[in-house]
Design a protein around this ligand. Structure first.
Ligand code: ANZ
Ligand code: ZN
Length: 820
């Protein structure tokens, strides 16, 4: 058979793999392990397009490459099946989410199987399956017992269209991430996870990870650690009232000329004077209607109202007015600030808008103190500053701290505050606790029972899972309560402690719950006694290579890291970071736009497979561009790759039956190819790995005319192409007479000795005159060439008794020795 017929070959090997269980992971192989994981998909209603193929192909090529390197490779696949998309989809089509999800999974699985990835389907997991979510619930009960899950009444983001609460991260520019409706606020009791208790570890441990810098930076920014101080100001004339502020600039304390409370701050009602009350109340009501995002825009016109109350400066005793303004957020720091208009832009704008005093307390190094002094306490010369000065410098107008460097002053002022008992060093995080509840149907029921006598209790392990009941109407109620609240038989239960009547929690877990620990479950997917066996997890985890889209750079990866740390603290695992390497593939675009169903620019793999075969499509998915960059789809490029695979096949087929003896030229080509391929694979330049094949095949066509191809060359081709084009690799391997799978073979090693470059003849000059010629390796380092030249038999007469004071080497051409 001299013609490449991808459809026949692919059908044949697909069947063979199925029959032999080729993709089953063997726990007892004794090989070192390698865990190569894809971010598992939501089984949405729309199918896979060639853009989705890219990440799955990259990870499969990598997994198969590792297998050929001798690893036992875990490369599993499953379904992130709970959550809004499945639910909204189901609502739209009027089909129960369980039914539509099952249908979508079947369809997705069929499409994923086309990729011919080596997924071990025996390890498939589905987060909406009770046998899985039992353990998601169990982990929640553990977090509850650890004090990490708690309930809090809080204003939540509310989408009036989806009729559901939204996590902060589901609010994009003040709008619902899913439907674009402006988000409002609503007070509700919510289950929260105390991820902030892990903020420091989540930040610090980023250092341990071999991840793209960009992703680490995004995580660090999300965590948002700020170092500074908490400072307490007494409220004049209101006994016991104290305002605590968080500041990153305690060095500017003497420049605090007013205070600002967030409008929602609990002290507002208490300290507001009667005269100011109507204005304050009106402003508070107005603020509650605005989103956090709208409030934070730096250059928006500042608004605010004076409360009528004054705070007492902790070091000077000065009375400073207390305002409320919406640029101070209730859920950051302490919800209150000391305003330093001279050194903070937002405070500066506010002070200008409301004619509040501006006192400069930091001057840049080199600027003379007298000038700054003119600024004067009380803002007499406020006009001296036209903008806030936010840089470093020396302190002025700061009593005993005058003249001090501002960094040193931070410490000194904190010490002074601590001595007086009104402040201390503090760290604040931008990250908030995780709202871990939705008032929706399609999620894991939160396993909590409320008993009037015994309080809030976790559902005991032997009563898990709390199954999601069948409901008639799974649409959101719109009242804020979950649809589960309407099912009496679900809500009513017995207290696990006293046996009396009790009620179940009716909220469900958020989108991200199931995906926060699924990578652990793959190690031991059928365990019904525990979420995973310790030994299994110790064997397979951490994940060696995690591949997925950069859109998960923050939330999914942060939540998964958080769960892993909690599970580590529970003593169930002995590592606290789940993903050692992370790789984010770029998107496939068409006409410059991201390929997506909503944009209507989707290229479906089906007809491409029919025309070119799966192997060509896989190969093209890699060849399309550097894997981490976005790449433009071009079906002509796929045709080119397909032609190349035809050439590849024909070349091996032509020589497989009667290989020639190995010639040095073939050996050299082979080792050089293996070396190039190795370098490109190890640096994950998979697109250039494909071009290495193309160059090699071209060279081999020429070389074959000189007297055929040897067996090593032919076998090398079959084995190395196998990760990329697995069916082709198997077929060629079989053609070469092997009875076992090509994936039982070993990735061939290169031999350094064949890598030395061509030899070149160079001229040796002495003081510019040609004295001899010699042959050296083209890539020989200068020192070697000089040494050889000195030892050259013809050079003695020119060099004896002389000093070589300088050597000028022009590689490939000449060496000039300057002698004296
Ligand atoms: C006084 C001061 C002087 C400040 C100065 C800055 C510059 P990051 O770095 O983001 O943590 N702040 C504190 N809590 C706030 C809140 N709830 N809403 C709005 N602003 C708040 O910023 C910390 C700074 O942001 C704090 O330091 C505080 O203003 C302000 F020259 O205090 B600063
Ligand atoms: Zn009870």
């Amino acid at each position: 058979q001299l013609e490449y017929r991808p459809q026949d070959i692919e059908r044949k090997w697909r069947k063979r793999w199925q029959e032999t269980g080729a993709h089953r992971v063997r726990e007892d192989s004794g090989k070192p392990k390698y865990y190569c994981l894809d971010m598992f998909p939501y089984p949405s209603g729309s199918g896979l397009h060639v853009g989705h193929w890219r990440g799955y192909t990259i990870s499969d090529v990598w997994a198969r490459y590792k297998k050929l390197q001798g690893y036992e490779v875990l490369h599993p696949m499953g379904w992130d099946a709970f959550g809004l998309p499945a639910e909204n989809d189901a609502i739209k089509k009027g089909i129960h989410p369980a039914v539509s999800t099952a249908r979508n999974i079947a369809n997705f699985k069929r499409q994923l199987e086309e990729i011919a990835a080596m997924y071990d389907w025996d390890r498939e997991i589905n987060t909406s399956d009770p046998s899985y979510y039992k353990w998601t619930q169990w982990l929640f009960t553990k977090m509850f017992e650890m004090g990490l899950a708690y309930r809090k009444k809080m204003p939540i983001n509310w989408c009036p269209s989806c009729k559901t609460g939204l996590a902060n991260e589901e609010v994009i520019d003040g709008e619902c991430e899913r439907c674009g409706t402006p988000v409002t606020k609503r007070e509700m009791e919510q289950w929260m996870l105390k991820i902030t208790a892990y903020a420091d570890r989540l930040l610090r441990d980023l250092d341990k990870l071999d991840w793209p810098d960009k992703v680490k930076r995004m995580q660090a920014a999300w965590i948002g650690r700020s170092e500074g101080a908490k400072i307490r100001f007494a409220v004049a004339g209101v006994a016991g009232a104290e305002i605590e502020v968080f500041t990153t600039r305690p060095d500017t304390l003497y420049g605090a000329t007013y205070m600002v409370l967030a409008p929602e701050h609990p002290l507002v009602a208490r300290i507001t004077t009667d005269a100011q009350r109507p204005a304050v109340e009106a402003y508070v009501a107005e603020t509650l209607r605005k989103s956090a995002v709208a409030r934070q825009i730096v250059d928006k016109t500042k608004t605010g109202v004076f409360t009528g109350a004054y705070a007492v400066h902790p070091l000077t005793g000065a009375r400073i007015p207390i305002w409320i303004a919406d640029y101070v957020l209730m859920d950051y720091g302490t919800g209150a600030i000391m305003a330093v208009p001279a050194h903070d832009e937002r405070d500066f704008d506010f002070a200008k808008a409301f004619d509040l005093p501006i006192v400069q307390v930091i001057v840049p190094a080199g600027e003379d103190g007298a000038q700054a002094g003119e600024t004067g306490v009380g803002g007499g010369a406020a006009a001296a500053l036209t903008a806030a000065y936010t840089g470093p410098g020396r302190l002025v107008n700061s009593g005993p701290f005058d003249g001090m460097d501002n960094e040193a002053a931070k410490k000194a002022i904190i010490e002074e505050l601590a001595r007086r008992g009104c402040g201390e060093a503090a760290v604040t995080y931008r990250m908030r606790d995780w709202v871990f509840a939705r008032q929706r149907y399609w999620g894991e029921p939160i396993p909590i029972i409320y008993c009037d006598r015994c309080g809030t209790l976790p559902v005991p392990e032997d009563q898990l899972p709390v199954r999601l009941p069948d409901v008639e109407r799974y649409e959101p109620t719109g009242t804020g309560a979950s649809p589960l609240a309407a099912i009496e038989s679900f809500v009513r239960t017995t207290c696990p402690r006293c046996g009396g009547p009790a009620r179940r929690e009716t909220d469900t877990m958020p989108q991200w719950a199931g995906s926060s620990w699924y990578f652990l479950r793959y190690a031991d997917p059928h365990n019904d006694k525990e979420p995973f066996g310790r030994e299994a997890v110790r064997k397979w985890l951490p994940v060696d290579m995690y591949i997925g889209g950069v859109e998960h750079a923050v939330l999914h990866l942060l939540y998964a890291r958080f769960f892993t740390k909690v599970i580590y603290d529970l003593g169930l695992i002995d590592f606290d970071e789940p993903f050692q390497h992370l790789f984010n593939q770029g998107m496939i675009t068409l006409n410059g736009a991201k390929m997506s169903k909503s944009k209507g620019n989707v290229v479906s793999p089906d007809d491409l497979i029919a025309r070119f075969g799966v192997d060509a499509l896989r190969m093209y998915e890699l060849f399309v561009g550097p894997p981490e960059e976005d790449a433009e789809w071009n079906t002509n490029g796929l045709e080119g790759v397909s032609r190349f695979l035809h050439r590849f096949y024909r070349l091996v087929a032509a020589h497989a039956k009667s290989p020639a003896p190995a010639r040095p030229a073939l050996q050299k080509l082979r080792h050089r190819f293996l070396h190039t391929l190795h370098e490109r694979m190890e640096s994950f330049r998979l697109n250039t790995a494909v071009s290495a094949f193309m160059e090699y095949i071209n060279a081999l066509y020429d070389e074959a005319e000189q007297g055929g191809l040897d067996r090593d060359t032919l076998e090398t081709l079959a084995v190395t192409v196998a990760p990329f084009a697995p069916h082709l690799g198997e077929e060629l391997w079989e053609m070469l007479g092997h009875e076992t799978s090509v994936f039982e073979a070993r990735w061939p090693a290169y031999d350094e000795r064949w890598l030395a470059d061509e030899e070149v003849e160079i001229a040796i000059q002495v003081n510019g005159r040609l004295r001899a010629r010699m042959v050296v390796p083209a890539d020989a380092p200068e020192a070697d060439v000089v040494a050889r030249a000195k030892a050259h038999p013809d050079m003695g007469v020119w060099l004896d008794g002389k000093d070589v004071v300088k050597a000028i080497y022009v590689p490939g051409r000449l060496l000039n020795l300057v002698v004296r």
